[in-house]
Design a protein. Structure first.
Length: 396
């Protein structure tokens, strides 16, 4: 690192308390990129909804009529929680208990407070959370090199399933809460880290995994303090653990078991815990029936398994570069996916692995040809998957 860059970092550190390494120009770059991306995704979704495709809609007609193009599939479960709260039927194949509460409850509260319809409210919250996550993401990038900011957020926003960040889904909120917990614990702001970690644990089942990088940063802080244990890290870790435990405890008290999170016995849901060593056989079975898939199914199969391979390599790269905190989080997330018994939706779950996008952007910005290939291919696939999603074709 050059002496000039060290001085620039020190100058930045005396700036904003929340984004100390971002200049006003870089904040403007993030805001502009976010605004253009959001507008393009919304316009593309509306155009895709006008295509003359006649596919069955799984929702009741009255709900389907009020749903914008970016509210599909799991959005219906989030709407159900926001409107009716949680309910569980052991004989039903699915119940809304399979979805964590923070996103739908916040959306429902804001909708009632502002009198804005639920779906637009949820999409607005998703986009605002995305903006917050991008600013945190950019600040983490700029801490090492300000030139990484634009490539980093471009690589993330061009990923083929990134349109979920603008949808009536919890992707943006989860990215924001995990990135905030990571950044706050990295910088020793443990109360904020605990709050953000608790929010992550209330947003997704795997939100609990953010405790791993938080614990690593706590250990590093303890070593710097002569192995003296201070209350800050304990408060942060306890907050994150409490958030992760809150929803299972609610299910236990309300429905008699935390396991009602998992789909019922009549469910056709493929995600059922299996040992990771069965995962290669799962891929082999998919390859065996690859020829029977339609064009969309083949694209999906190649993409989801290619993405798993890519993010596994990137996670190894994080360890090689000694980015241990990020590597721990990504390894734990991949371990959950490899033990889930299915590759279904992994291309969406991988969006949360922001440390891998750090490494991917670093790799691509030094290789212009590969960067162009990534952006061209990813944007083409994003438009394809977005079109399928809007028209009720399962994507992720």
């Amino acid at each position: 690192m050059t002496e000039l860059h060290v001085e620039r970092q020190a100058s930045r550190a005396r700036g904003s308390a929340f984004l100390p390494f971002l200049s006003l120009r870089e904040i403007g770059t993030v805001l502009g990129t976010w605004a253009v991306w959001s507008l393009v995704v919304i316009v593309l979704s509306k155009v895709a909804a006008t295509l003359p495709l006649t596919l069955p809609q799984p929702w009741a007609p009255d709900i389907a009529r009020e749903a914008p193009p970016l509210a599909r599939w799991d959005s219906g479960w989030y709407r159900d929680i926001a409107v009716r709260g949680y309910h569980y039927d052991p004989e039903a194949p699915f119940s809304n208990t399979s979805f964590y509460p923070l996103y739908p409850l916040v959306t429902g509260f804001v909708s009632r407070l502002t009198h804005i319809p639920l779906f637009p409210t949820g999409m607005g919250i998703s986009l605002l959370c995305l903006l917050g996550a991008l600013l945190l993401f950019a600040d983490l990038l700029a801490e090492e090199d300000p030139e990484r900011v634009l490539p980093g957020i471009a690589v993330l926003l061009c990923f083929p399933t990134a349109f979920y960040f603008a949808s009536f889904y919890s992707e943006s909120l989860f990215l924001l809460t995990t990135a905030a917990a990571f950044l706050a614990s990295k910088r020793g702001r443990w109360i904020l880290a605990g709050i953000a970690g608790a929010a992550a644990g209330l947003t997704r089942l795997n939100g609990v995994l953010i405790i791993l990088p938080m614990a690593w940063f706590a250990w590093q802080e303890m070593k710097r303090n002569g192995h003296r244990l201070k209350p800050g890290p304990l408060v942060g870790l306890a907050g994150a653990a409490a958030g992760a435990a809150a929803y299972p405890m609610f299910l236990w008290v309300r429905f008699g078991s935390p396991l009602v999170y998992f789909p019922g016995k009549n469910s056709t849901w493929e995600h059922r815990p299996r040992p990771f060593w069965e995962f290669p056989q799962l891929i082999a079975n998919g390859l065996e029936h690859f020829g029977e898939l339609g064009a969309g199914g083949k694209i999906n199969f190649v993409f989801q398994n290619g993405a798993l391979v890519l993010f596994t390599i990137l996670t190894i790269g994080l360890f090689v570069r000694r980015k241990v905190a990020g590597a721990l989080y990504c390894t734990a997330t991949l371990a959950v996916l490899f033990n889930s018994g299915s590759t279904d939706s992994v291309q969406r779950y991988l969006l949360a692995l922001f440390p891998c996008f750090f490494l991917l952007s670093d790799f691509l910005r030094k290789r212009p040809v590969l960067a162009f290939a990534y952006l061209f291919g990813s944007l083409g696939l994003l438009v394809t998957l977005l079109t399928r999603f809007v028209n009720w074709i399962w994507v992720a």
